[in-house]
Each structure stands twice: as C-alpha cells, then as structure tokens.
Design a protein around this ligand. Structure first.
Ligand code: NDP
Length: 511
C-alpha cells in the first residue's frame, strides 16, 4: 500500500512564500570544511533558485591567505563536489558577490577591513546594511569574535539588522553552555542568535508538526491512553571519520542525544502551539523538556546504556574498532553508542517511556521515530499468538517517509492475521527530493524566522537532563568495546529485530 502520488511534481513556486531582504553573510572560518561542504553549496542553490535576492553577498573571513578569486574557485570546487554542480552563467553572477578577507578573527583591528567591505557592498550592491555572521569556527573562537564585532560596532546595524549563526557544540556541559549563552547574550539579543541544529532543517522533522497538527485523526490517539512507548533512533554506519579529536571529547551522548534527539523528542511530544510563530513553537518544546523527570546518577545504571564499537564489518567491508581509529586513545572511554529512557511527567505522557538511542557503526543508516501503540484489549484472532502492535514510524532519513503498521486478514479460508504496512514516501508522493537542511535554515535566518533554531533555554535544559549520565559515565566502562561494528549496539540497547522500520522494543523497555 502506498500514499497517492501527486499527478504533477511540485514546483519551486510552491516553496517560496517570502523573499529575504538583501544582505551580506560573513562566514568566519571560511577556509574550513563546513563552508566548502555545506554552506556554499546551500547558498548557491538558494541563489540559483532565486530564493535569495540578487543583491546578496558572501564574505569569507579567516586567517588562511587567499585572494577573492582563489576563494571563488575553492567554493566552486565545493559546489561541484558536494552540491549539485554549477551552471556557468549563474555561477558567474553568484561568484561576483563572493569576497574574502584574510585576517585573524581574534584581532580587533582586523574588523576595520570588514567595515570597509560592508560600506562598499551597501553602496555598490545595495545590501541594505543587513548582516549575517556565521561562526564556522571552533567554539573557542565564538567569544573573541562576538566581542570584536561589538567593539567594532558591528553587532548591531544602524540601517538594517544583524544576526549571528553558531554551530554546535553549544558548550561541553551545563556550565560551559551557560557561560556561552552569557557571552553571546552580552553582545547579541536572544532573537539575534540562531543556533543551528541541522536536524530541524530536515523536511521530515518539520513534517512531524504537520503530521500531528494538520490532521485530525492522529492527535486524539497521541497520548498515554493509546501509546505504549516511543523510540527515537539515530543509527549511523559511519565511524568517527576525521572528527576523532572532537569526538573523543564529546561522545554519542553529547554529540547526538543532548541536542538532536531531544529536539526530535520535543517535537514528538509537544502540545499544539497557539500559532506557528517561533516563540509559540519554541515555548512548547521547552515545556516538554521541563516536564521530563530528571535523572539521577543512579538512573544511569538502569535508564542509560553506553557502548563503544569494536572491529567488525559494515556490509562486506572490514572495519577497525573505535580504539584503533586514527587519533583515538587506544584506551578510550568515549561512548560511540548512547541510549536513555526518559519519562515526560505531564497529563499527556505520564507512564509512557521515550527511548532515545544514537550510535556509530551500527547495522544500518537510519533515523526514525517509532510510536508504538498499545495492544487491543482482547485477542480475538489467531488464538493466543501476540500480533505486533500498531506502530507509526516516521522515517527522518534516509528513505524519508511515514509507515503505519497494522493487522490484516491473510487471504484464505481461515482467519489468519498478519501485520502489513501502509507507506508514504516523500520522493514518490511529491516527485521531488527534499531540500537540503542548510538551505532551509540559512533561508529562515535571512527571513528572520528562528522557529527551527535552538533557543538558549532549550540548550541549557538539554544539558541539565544529560548531566547525571555524563557524570556517571566518567567512570571507565570496563566492558568497552562492547559491540561489534555493523551490529545494533551493546546487548542492552539492541532491538530484537529491525526491518524496514522499527519493529522491536528495547529489551529493557519491557521491565
Ligand atoms: P574546521 O576545523 O575546518 O575549521 C574552520 C575554520 O576555522 C578553519 O578553516 C580555520 O580557518 C578556522 N580556525 C580554526 N582554528 C581556529 C582558531 N583557533 N582561531 C581562529 N580560527 C580558527 O571546522 P569545520 O569547518 O568543519 O566546522 C566549523 C564549525 O562547525 C566547528 O565549530 C564545528 O564543530 C562545527 N560543525 C561542523 C560540522 C561539519 O560538518 N564540518 C558539523 C557540525 C558542526 P583559518 O585557519 O583559515 O583561520
């Protein structure tokens, strides 16, 4: 079974409702990986699709020496390799708006160069005094850069607006997250700060709210009365790649659970907001985190599971264990798998466990939210055989879509019941690939819409929730590595089976 496919694919005009103001986007750390791999391909696509106005410019700001032309050709390589490639005529127009300043972002005197470029662009291109500062630099540079912007008088714009985008990690623990928020808050107003959580830019995550609140039939059953439990999984087949120095300090709980997974949980569990204005949506998400029963360090023993991958196979490829990865401590205590069980203590969700799990080098690449419903009160069919309960699986990535599992009579003279799945797939239903998350988020920032960005309150509550587990996990794990690469993680966190969409429950969920 599948959802009906639209006769005509959607066009771009369906997607565009507002046009952003002209602006200059300054990327600090423009010589780095993120700029080339994600940011410029996204900005180029927005330009090509005329989702940003022609009087739009990108200024790279980092220490590496580069001329404007060298910067342009490096960015073109990025769009060719990581974006959809370039069309020459469009690229030439786009590239004319790319500039580069080779300067140390920690040195206040260098900001005079930025001021000069701004005046030039406002005059010649008509960028209207509007600025976005994108900090694609290590977090240790956030403080010096915002202070320098302030002392150069660039944190506010006399003629237009100024916004700041930062990338995670938003702190390493609660104290550092609070310190970061204080630091940013001493220069920028909260509404000027856009904290990127690229999960929120995914169509499938945004669709979660549409699924829940634009349909009349799901919301009445979306509660403790009908839902048995919810599983939110982010499984990667990739290992630590080239991020070992960051990951060794972070681990799966900080890298995935404290931010992305709590965002997914909040969107799954939140109450309908009074409107889809940013403040209303973000306030409801914060309320969910406030309602989560705080964990204590003893809970880490039975409500949280950690794992670290050993050698194994991903498909047919043999892969090394985490401790054998380049730049990883051979005795590392860093978890590459984390699972936690949380309870939301409000009228809607009391008694319904939410299981969050994230891991590297697992058996399949899949991010999904599985809402499992209670069994019917009586088993009328197939004797005492337990049929799989109804389940709604929201597939965030890949193979984006939604599946509903229910029971059906198998054809034949006897009444044999089997579970079947009704599927909705984005690609087949809408005939278009979903937009890249960075495209959506950059566009929203240009439009001044922070709905899909993390608020300071959400970030701090997220850290408060995971702190007891982080504390408990400072103790070395004697059983690491405790899962082979290419499996479903350590025994306590492994679903019984997994096919197509989550069919299983955590073994400890039944306790
Ligand atoms: P990089 O390590 O490639 O650094 C980006 C740039 O920052 C470098 O090119 C460098 O430019 C500048 N930089 C590095 N160290 C310093 C320093 N001590 N002082 C001033 N500038 C410095 O990072 P990425 O591009 O991969 O990522 C940027 C940020 O985004 C990081 O904070 C990262 O954690 C975060 N992030 C990245 C993701 C990704 O997919 N890459 C995903 C999620 C978050 P130069 O030497 O020319 O000054």
């Amino acid at each position: 079974m599948s959802a009906t496919t639209l006769e005509k694919p959607l066009t771009d005009s369906v997607r565009m409702e507002r046009t952003p103001d002209p602006c200059v986007m300054v990327i600090f750390g423009a010589s780095g990986d993120l700029t080339k791999r994600k940011l410029l391909p996204a900005v180029y696509t927005l330009f090509k699709e005329r989702l940003v106005p022609p009087n739009f410019s990108v200024v790279g700001f980092s220490r590496s020496p580069m001329s404007d032309d060298e910067f342009r050709s490096k960015m073109k390589e990025g769009v060719d390799e990581f974006g959809g490639g370039v069309d020459t005529a469009t690229w030439q127009k786009f590239a004319a708006g790319l500039h580069y300043i080779s300067a140390h972002p920690h040195h206040p005197e260098e900001y005079a160069k930025l001021k000069d470029v701004f005046s030039d662009l406002d005059r010649t291109l008509g960028t209207g005094g509007n600025r976005i500062y994108y900090l694609a630099v290590p977090p240790s540079s956030f403080g010096p850069i915002v202070r320098n912007l302030q002392s150069a008088g660039l944190a506010e714009s006399e003629k237009g607006w100024a916004r700041l985008i930062i990338e995670k990690p938003f702190g390493h623990d609660l104290e550092s997250a609070k310190a970061l928020n204080r630091e940013l808050g001493s220069v920028f107003q909260e509404e000027q700060v856009y904290r990127i959580d690229h999960y929120l830019g995914k169509e499938t995550v945004q669709n979660l709210l549409v699924f829940r609140f634009a349909n009349g039939i799901f919301e009445p059953i979306w509660s403790r009365r009908y839902v048995d439990h919810v599983q939110i999984t982010a499984a990667e087949t990739l290992g630590v790649e080239n991020r070992a120095s960051y990951y060794e300090e972070a681990g799966a709980l900080r890298d995935m659970v404290q931010n992305h997974m709590l965002q997914l949980l909040a969107m799954t569990a939140m109450e309908p907001p009074v409107s889809f204005e940013a403040d209303a949506v973000r306030a409801e998400k914060v309320k969910v985190l406030r309602a989560i029963r705080p964990l204590c360090s003893e809970d880490a023993a039975h409500c949280a599971v950690r794992g670290q991958y050993g050698p194994g196979r991903i498909g047919s490829e043999k892969v090394v264990g985490y401790r054998q990865e380049p730049e990883v401590n051979p005795n590392s205590n860093t978890e590459t798998f984390a699972a936690v069980k949380l309870h939301i203590e409000n009228w809607r969700w009391a008694g319904v466990p939410f299981y969050l799990r994230a891991g590297k080098r697992l058996a399949r690449h899949a991010t999904e939210i599985a809402v499992q419903f209670k069994q019917p009160p009586l088993r009328l069919f197939d004797g005492e055989r337990a049929l799989p309960p109804n389940l709604i699986a929201l597939r965030i990535q890949p193979d984006e879509g939604i599946a509903l599992r229910f029971s059906a009579k198998q054809p034949g003279p006897a009444t044999h019941v089997r579970d079947v799945t009704m599927e909705f797939g984005y690609a087949s239903a809408f005939g278009m690939a979903s937009a890249n998350a960075y495209e959506r988020l950059l566009l929203d920032c240009m439009l001044g819409d922070p709905t899909l960005f993390s608020s300071s309150a959400f970030v701090e509550l997220g850290w408060s929730l995971v702190t007891p587990v982080l504390e408990a996990w400072k103790q070395p794990a004697r059983d690491f590595p405790n899962y082979a690469a290419g499996t479903w993680g350590p025994a306590q966190g492994v679903p019984k089976s997994w096919s197509g969409h989550a069919q299983a429950v955590f073994p400890y969920c039944q306790a």
